[in-house]
Design a protein around this ligand. Structure first.
Ligand code: HEC
Ligand code: HEC
Ligand code: HEC
Ligand code: HEC
Ligand code: HEC
Ligand code: HEC
Ligand code: HEC
Length: 322
């Protein structure tokens, strides 16, 4: 898709080439900056105490009397992958910035196990990050969702934004959908919130043709969250009866997708190159949405010429026959 677009627009091609050259000349400086940041935020050394147990499949417990080391298995739930944590938003944190300092004792005390972990808003209110991502508006939106209205006590932001791996990333459908599927395709986590059988997602979406293609290219929130123009990612998940079922909401030129899917990419790109839905073209081909204004005009002109030609032909044939 890309080369075709570039060919259409030699100016865009030239610009990209120019930017690439500038980019290359800046790379060394950027790399050294990133390295400097890395060594500063490499918090795992400080977290090594917790990671020795929670970062591994096995951990050792030493019997102080005999000196024997007992090899134990860490439950899957208790495992934190240090390499994933290192790439997350909160990588610069000590484990005990969020968790109670009581966890430094082992076995962990009841007091530690009953800790209340702060929510996003506790830290991100009035700071530049909160401003950039509009945390207050996101919170407002989330509070209206089915999850919050039905289960406000237990359903926190952390339920989707997994604390140790969360990385702000609105760019891949797979990443976003994995947040939802962490419950909707996993009965154990689902039952943490609601002790009922977990509806089977595949079966519940059987009405959708090419289900696999859709679930790989459309985010769950596209159909399930109410569009909100003031934030980038809508958080108001609606009851199932309000979910998008109409094909034309996406498969048309005036598409819902245009507003939501890849919204952040699309701001600049929509209508550039004459495409009605330029933004979607980056990721997928959506039947009915990928139309081009100039091609539309050209096809109408060609159609008129053909009709005109036929008309002249008929007139000439009928008049000359006489
Ligand atoms: C000697 C090994 C060991 C060390 C060191 C250790 N933990 Fe644990 N921790 C465990 C085990 C074992 C569990 C139980 C895991 C399970 O069954 O899910 C646990 C459970 C937890 C839990 C889950 C509590 C719950 O509600 O289920 C948290 C949170 C936790 N640890 C945090 C920490 C933090 C933070 C540190 C460092 C300050 C730490 N741990 C150090 C072994 C350890
Ligand atoms: C940004 C805050 C934050 C940081 C930093 C953090 N945690 Fe957590 N951790 C949480 C939250 C939130 C939960 C989920 C608690 C809940 O859902 O009740 C959690 C849960 C856990 C659990 C229980 C298993 C689970 O995933 O539900 C363990 C074990 C744990 N953390 C260990 C650690 C260790 C070890 C570190 C340091 C490498 C760490 N945490 C750093 C916020 C954090
Ligand atoms: C204990 C306080 C605390 C909590 C709780 C917390 N954060 Fe943060 N968060 C921070 C701090 C401090 C930073 C900056 C970290 C850095 O620069 O290394 C940060 C960084 C971030 C960033 C990165 C911003 C960027 O542009 O790089 C995002 C996004 C973010 N947090 C979202 C969240 C979300 C969502 C939650 C709840 C699920 C949350 N935070 C909970 C303190 C917190
Ligand atoms: C039902 C799941 C879910 C819950 C609950 C949830 N989020 Fe999100 N959130 C998402 C998804 C999906 C994204 C899109 C992926 C991304 O950008 O990281 C997202 C993105 C974000 C972003 C990044 C927005 C951007 O501009 O890129 C922030 C900030 C955020 N959420 C904050 C919160 C806060 C604060 C809460 C609690 C009030 C919360 N989220 C609760 C699913 C959820
Ligand atoms: C922590 C687990 C969890 C996560 C993560 C989660 N959900 Fe849910 N969701 C639930 C539970 C539990 C219910 C059932 C609530 C009820 O009926 O009481 C539910 C209900 C729903 C419903 C309403 C179904 C109905 O009966 O009307 C929709 C739609 C939905 N979720 C979509 C999503 C989407 C989209 C995401 C990701 C952005 C997501 N969920 C993330 C647990 C989760
Ligand atoms: C193309 C739009 C679309 C997409 C994409 C989509 N859904 Fe749905 N979903 C619907 C519709 C419409 C319904 C209601 C179906 C019905 O009532 O028969 C529904 C139903 C549901 C339900 C309620 C099931 C029940 O009957 O209790 C859940 C939960 C759900 N979806 C979660 C998800 C998750 C998680 C994803 C992402 C992996 C997703 N959906 C992707 C449109 C969509
Ligand atoms: C939320 C937006 C959305 C809705 C609603 C939606 N689609 Fe799609 N559909 C897409 C996207 C995005 C693709 C592109 C998938 C790809 O790149 O393969 C697609 C692809 C398709 C394809 C082509 C699949 C392929 O393999 O190339 C068909 C056929 C299709 N949709 C039919 C439907 C029908 C019928 C409905 C209504 C029942 C529907 N869609 C509802 C967004 C949507």
């Amino acid at each position: 898709m890309l080369p075709k677009k570039l060919l259409c627009s030699p100016i865009a091609f030239f610009l990209a080439f120019f930017i690439a050259i500038i980019g290359i000349s800046f790379v060394p400086a950027q790399v050294s900056e990133i390295n400097a940041q890395k060594s500063k935020s490499d918090s795992l050394t400080g977290n090594a105490f917790c990671i020795q147990c929670h970062g591994n499949i096995y951990y050792g417990l030493k019997n102080p009397e005999t000196g024997k080391i007992h090899r134990k298995m860490m439950s899957i739930n208790g495992r934190i992958d240090p390499t994933v944590f290192k790439k997350s938003n909160h990588r610069s944190f000590q484990c005990t910035n969020c968790h109670s300092i009581e966890f430094k004792k082992f076995p962990h005390s009841e007091k530690a196990l009953l800790e209340e972990i702060g929510s996003c808003i506790d830290c991100h209110s009035g700071d530049s990050i909160a401003e950039k991502y509009k945390f207050d508006l996101i919170d407002e939106d989330f509070q209206k969702s089915v999850h919050a209205t039905k289960h406000s006590e237990n359903f926190t932001c952390w339920m989707c934004h997994e604390a140790h791996s969360y990385k702000v990333n609105a760019t891949t459908v797979e990443y976003d959908n994995s947040m939802c599927l962490s419950c909707h395709a996993n009965a154990n986590k689902y039952n943490l919130i609601l002790n009922k059988s977990n509806p089977n997602i595949i079966e519940k979406h059987e009405w959708l043709p090419n289900q696999q293609a859709h679930l790989q290219n459309v985010r769950c929130i596209e159909c399930h969250a109410r569009v909100n123009d003031s934030i980038l990612v809508a958080h108001n998940i609606q009851p199932k009866a309000k979910a998008v079922k109409l094909c034309v909401e996406c498969h048309s030129t005036n598409s819902l997708l245009k507003q939501t899917l890849y919204k952040y990419q699309s701001r600049v790109q929509i209508s550039r190159n004459g495409y009605f839905n330029a933004a979607i073209l980056n990721k997928s081909y959506v039947i009915g949405a990928n139309r081009n204004y100039y091609l539309n005009v050209a096809s109408v002109v060609i159609l008129l010429i053909v009709i005109g030609g036929i008309a002249i032909h008929i007139i000439l044939r009928t008049t000359l026959k006489k």
